[in-house]
Design a protein around this ligand. Structure first.
Ligand code: KIV
Length: 612
């Protein structure tokens, strides 16, 4: 088996400590390094957008030591973010976009968590896992499993339809987890890990990833031992999670370097990183891991995930693209970064998790230059303040700056503005949004980019329609009880009208809707915002609801039964109508789940499940 990281022309260094921040003091314990010692090189002024050829996929090795695999876990770890429930169709849409981006591996879910998740992963394996793109690339489809047979069977059942199926199994290795969660000895944990990796292989799965959960707080000697054993049992990728996000880049880089130097058989597998963001270090830790020899990086779009989230795909990929050549020994990925912006939008809309304006790479302000000094510099030469150009991530600068869309704007102008905003919509989606745009433009003279984005959110990124909004009529004020009448239309076109009183018009409207839909829900969050200034602004509403008779899934780490919540958005010039649209959108998402997953499987907690 060829070594992962050594090839002619790549230097061998004997060193003592690791510091990815300070190049001059960047020293490794390992005898060989995947890259030459860091040198100070001139900073690139522009970023070249070229794609290098992706090496052929072989589970346990990568023929080019500079190539870094991108493993996207938006649909698994990302979906564990509170309120981020995704329907099957939404997951499939995101998986298609991830394939367009060119990610190497899609972790599509945790199939043992619910019947819905198993079916979603299976659907992705069948479709996305079998669609070969023009460059001959098809992503590997991965399913997560705890170290027990039921989980591994469920994961295999879901992923086996893909051309490249992978099972990712994990068990905790830190003292704190062994004592309080698993209540097992180290020997027992090694035994379980070995047996479950070889069980996964025995099913016919040739691509098995193993993670020692909470590796960041595990004893290193124990890590070397368990990792060495799972390699013998057939693991092909070893993923090193900083599960609680406690490590700093210097420590995480050192951990990867130490594992690389001390684990028996490590040259026969790919080392991976999985960094949580509790101290805001996830992306930096991930890059430090790559620098130290990891060749698979686990990330999520927009950095979403459990608690403070994960390393963000766009930050890690753009860092490697920007600095990989000069500072990281020539590392590169197979990501087509022009699809980043659309992926970010899609994930934001479907999960209902907004992206902060100042978020690196994809935030609304990432390419905005407000201050006079910056604007002056930008006008003289863009590279004064811009290290990445918006086009690199799929955002196109307006060459019609100053032209505002209004009711006389045609489809062509509208379409080109959508492209400038980073959206690539199909013809049907474009028709739907254009129609909405025209109807709003009848009432509002000029539509800003923010208005257009709100309409896209309302029209395109919506769950399957079970109920649609017909009419809304409101009476409110200081004289008496607010009253709202709502007309909803079901999937067969039948109309239902109900009227209710409430503390205000929105409360009354939601009560009237409840009378029609007849499924008790709790409103967890309600947010409304005017997209632009002025009395004719579009109101954007987002709600989060939870069914009263809970719809549940099993949490991957705790084994607890988790209540799902469902988000919905609406956009209209009338605030009550906007609120109604958001509520109905959330109900549609929830009802879509209820019909497709009436018998969510319940899986006992991990501590009671490790017997085999
Ligand atoms: O954070 C974590 O430890 C994980 C593992 C399952 C990789 O998500």
């Amino acid at each position: 088996m060829a070594s992962l990281c050594v090839k002619p022309g790549i230097s061998t260094i004997t060193t003592k400590s690791f510091n990815p921040i300070n190049p001059n003091r960047s020293l490794f314990f390992s005898k060989t390094s995947a890259h030459p010692p860091l040198q100070s090189t001139p900073f690139p002024t522009t970023l070249k957008c070229s794609l290098s050829r992706r090496p052929e996929y072989i589970p346990n090795r990568i023929s080019d030591p500079h190539y870094v695999r991108i493993f996207d876990t938006t649909l698994r770890d990302g979906e564990q973010s509170p309120g981020a429930t995704l329907t099957r169709e939404e997951k499939l849409d995101i998986a298609r976009q991830l394939a367009k981006l060119g990610v190497d591996i899609i972790e599509a879910g945790f199939p043992a968590s619910s019947k819905e998740d198993l079916e979603a992963v299976k659907m992705i394996a069948k479709e996305v896992g079998n669609t070969i793109d023009d460059d001959g690339h098809v992503p590997v489809i991965c399913g997560l499993a705890r170290c027990n047979r039921d989980d591994i069977n469920a994961a295999w059942e879901a992923v086996k339809y893909a051309k490249g199926p992978r099972i990712h199994t994990f068990i905790a290795t830190s003292d704190i987890h062994l004592e309080h969660k698993l209540r097992k000895s180290k020997e027992e944990v090694i035994q379980i890990a070995k047996e479950m990796v070889s069980y996964a292989r025995s099913l016919g799965c040739e691509d098995v990833e193993f993670s020692p959960e909470d590796a960041g707080r595990s004893q290193k000697e124990f890590l070397y031992q368990i990792l060495g054993e799972v390699i013998k049992a057939g693991a092909t990728t070893l993923n090193i999670p900083d599960t609680v996000g406690i490590l700093l880049p210097v420590e995480f880089g050192q951990l990867i370097a130490d594992i690389k130097s001390n684990t028996p058989g490590i040259e026969n597998v790919v080392i991976s990183t999985h960094c949580q963001n509790d101290l805001g270090q996830a992306s930096s830790n991930t890059v430090a891991g790559a620098y130290a020899g990891a060749r698979q990086l686990e990330v999520t779009v927009n950095g979403i995930g459990e608690r403070a989230g994960n390393a963000s795909l766009e930050e890690v990929v753009m860092t490697i693209k920007c600095r990989g050549k000069e500072l990281l020994g020539g590392l590169y990925t197979g990501i087509n970064t022009k699809h980043i912006f659309m992926a970010s939008k899609m994930v934001m809309e479907y999960t209902g998790l907004p992206v902060q304006p100042h978020k690196a790479i994809v935030g609304a302000n990432a390419f905005a230059h407000e201050s006079g000094i910056h604007q002056d510099g930008m006008l003289k030469h863009r590279s004064t303040y811009e290290i990445i150009s918006p086009e690199d991530i799929g955002l196109y600068r307006s060459n019609e700056a100053g032209i505002v869309l209004g009711k006389l704007s045609g489809r062509h102008a509208f379409k080109s503005r959508l492209r400038e905003l980073g959206y690539s919509l199909d013809d049907k989606q474009l028709d739907d949004v254009f129609w909405r745009f025209k109807s709003v433009a009848e009432k509002k003279k000029h539509l800003s980019d923010g208005d257009i984005e709100a309409l896209i959110s309302d029209e395109v990124f919506q769950p399957k329609v079970i109920w649609s909004v017909g009419d809304v009529q409101v009476t409110c004020g200081t004289l008496g009880l607010s009253t709202t009448t709502v007309k909803l239309i079901d999937a067969d076109g039948e109309e239902y009208v109900e009227c209710s009183i409430g503390t205000g018009p929105v409360d009354a409207a939601y009560k009237a809707i409840d009378l029609i839909v007849k499924i008790p829900v709790v409103l967890r969050e309600y947010y409304i915002n005017a997209v632009t200034e002025g009395i004719d602004a579009i109101a954007y509403t987002r709600v989060l609801i939870q069914p009263q008779d809970g719809h549940t899934s099993t949490h991957a780490f705790s084994g607890d039964t988790v209540q799902r919540t469902f988000s919905g958005t609406g956009a209209e010039m009338d605030i009550v109508v906007s609120s109604v649209r958001a509520y109905v959108s959330a109900l549609n998402k929830m009802l879509g789940f209820m019909t497709s997953d009436s018998s969510a499987s319940r899986v006992p907690s991990e501590s009671s499940q490790v017997s085999f």
